[in-house]
Design a protein around this ligand. Structure first.
Ligand SMILES: NC(=O)c1ccc[n+]([C@@H]2O[C@H](COP(=O)([O-])OP(=O)(O)OC[C@H]3O[C@@H](n4cnc5c(N)ncnc54)[C@H](OP(=O)(O)O)[C@@H]3O)[C@@H](O)[C@H]2O)c1
Length: 265
């Protein structure tokens, strides 16, 4: 695995998280990055000392594995730009919604893997999913699984489940952070120092996830452990239930799912 030359096209938020993991764990022979955004490109150069260039085609030519990490709306432009220089490279797309079939329709019969990473990769706690294109091999799948697993969880799924997986893995950190923000703000409103409230919320979220995973518990099991009869959690949960926050979460996820589907059209 460490013998591969990996390139990144696009060095924004998600690419930086992946580069940081691959760099820190020494999972590549070399990492090269290209981007049209100088600020992002300079940041990865400064932080990881990797080779950076302004030419996507040159990045592809110099690699065995190419991560395409641009926004879905910039994706086709990149595919058209690199299509003549993609030979035997494994192409890994992290773009929300974009189907491997679409990538194959532009690049030809190339080996494509579609990944939905998450930003928690930055701290080695990623929950990712991936699926294979028609021409990707078992070796490619094993390689990507190992690479992603070095930073957390990585599930291989059928491609038609990638949009569903994206709601949890791709959007999840944002959704959880939203809840944590308002939980912390409620504490701040009642007098807690700001930094303390944010840290308490973050540590509570971290511990909640850890508890579910390590004790193999369901969310309902955990709710039952915390919400003692007539206790303070129960009072709060009554409000969540009364205002049907579960329905709001469903609607939130439906909107994200719909958007992921739209991006794939
Ligand atoms: N952020 C997440 O948590 C997350 C999670 C899962 C998946 N993803 C996926 O990851 C991809 C990147 O998201 P992001 O949040 O990292 O976006 P981002 O921070 O905006 O990074 C994208 C980078 O690509 C650059 N770029 C645009 N067109 C280019 C081109 N033709 N050639 C080279 N570079 C180009 C952008 O430059 P400019 O700034 O100049 O446009 C920017 O530096 C998206 O497809 C998204 O669906 C993101």
């Amino acid at each position: 695995m460490t013998s591969k030359k990996i390139s990144f096209i696009g060095t924004g938020k998600m690419a930086t998280a992946l580069i940081s993991s691959i760099y820190n764990k020494q999972l590549a022979k070399t990492i090269i990055a290209s981007d049209k955004n100088n600020k992002n490109l300079n940041n990865v150069k400064k932080n990881f000392g990797i080779k950076t260039i302004k030419d996507n085609k040159e990045a592809v030519r110099n690699s065995d594995v190419v991560f395409i990490c641009v926004k879905p709306q910039d994706f086709d432009e990149v595919l058209h730009e690199i299509k003549n220089v993609v030979k035997n490279q494994l192409i890994v797309s992290i773009a929300a919604g974009i189907k491997t079939k679409h990538i194959e329709s532009i690049l030809g019969n190339k080996r494509i893997i579609r990944v939905m990473p998450n930003i928690n990769c930055l701290v080695g706690e990623m929950a990712a999913g991936f699926s294979k294109g028609k021409f990707a091999t078992k070796k490619d799948v094993d390689y990507v699984e190992k690479l992603l697993s070095a930073s957390g969880l990585a599930y291989l799924v059928k491609e038609d489940l990638m949009d569903a997986l994206s709601i949890i893995s791709g959007c999840g950190p944002g959704f959880f952070a939203y809840f944590m923000k308002y939980l912390a703000e409620a504490g701040i409103k009642e007098g807690l120092p700001k930094q303390m409230a944010y840290k308490l919320a973050a540590k509570t979220a971290l511990g909640t996830g850890k508890l579910l995973l390590e004790k193999n518990m369901s969310p309902d099991d955990l709710i039952a452990m915390v919400a003692s009869k007539k206790g303070i959690t129960s009072e709060g949960l009554k409000v969540l239930n009364k205002h049907k926050v579960n329905k709001i979460i469903q609607k939130t996820s439906d909107a994200a799912y719909k958007r992921s589907k739209e991006l794939g059209k």
